[in-house]
Unconditional design. Structure first.
Length: 209
């Protein structure tokens, strides 16, 4: 926990950008009947019945000091999908960075081994050497700022029924562009000092004789 908190208070360095990474999912739902459009004095009406149409996975990158985020929509969240996200991060999103400081949870796919599953060893090693990973502790995913941004995405963009992947990408991209254009970000204020006071129960008790 303290490792992540210290990372969050490092000064901004464009050559060593801080990026938080997380993932979520959204079920795709088709309407079985045409909704009734809104009219003066009446909201739009949707039938309670619906048709399930699969699930999309949402990988989110969030760089709070750059006020930038990107959401990649995929069909799955396998080791291969994760590895391709890491290559995108290194080669597309931050190609000029000397090292990317990456905060994420300790999911079974979030490992350097995933790179070797997806790419030749020399390519996997190249990507790996650009990343400095800091894992949130078990049951401590609230420390990941990308989880906050993912929550905003669900509240602002994904509450309505979305029928298919193409519509999902369209809506998520529009949300992403709007948030980036507004320079929206998270101002993290919780510090290691705060943790030692408010979360003292998580620290071991040492009896000094």
């Amino acid at each position: 926990m303290e490792d992540v908190l210290e990372v969050y208070h490092l000064p901004h360095d464009p050559k060593r950008p801080l990026v938080c990474f997380d993932e979520g999912s959204k079920q795709q739902i088709k309407e079985t009947r045409l909704p009734l459009p809104s009219q003066p004095g009446h909201v739009a009406k949707y039938d309670y019945e619906y048709e399930r149409n699969g699930t999309s996975n949402l990988f989110i990158f969030f760089a709070p000091l750059e006020a930038w985020r990107h959401v990649k929509v995929t069909d799955q969240r396998t080791m291969i999908d994760f590895a391709h996200c890491m290559r995108d991060l290194v080669d597309i999103h931050f190609p000029e960075a000397e090292k990317i400081i990456l905060v994420m949870d300790n999911l079974n796919t979030h490992k350097f081994a995933s790179l070797y599953e997806a790419f030749l060893p020399q390519e996997a090693r190249r990507i790996m050497e650009k990343l400095e990973i800091h894992y949130t502790p078990k049951h401590g995913s609230w420390l990941n700022m990308a989880e906050i941004e993912l929550s905003v995405l669900h509240r602002q963009c994904l509450k309505a029924r979305i029928p298919d992947r193409a519509t999902m990408i369209e809506k998520v991209t529009a949300w992403e562009n709007r948030r980036n254009a507004a320079d929206a970000t998270v101002h993290w204020r919780f510090t290691t000092k705060d943790a030692r006071i408010k979360l003292h129960r998580l620290y071991p008790t040492i009896n000094v004789c």
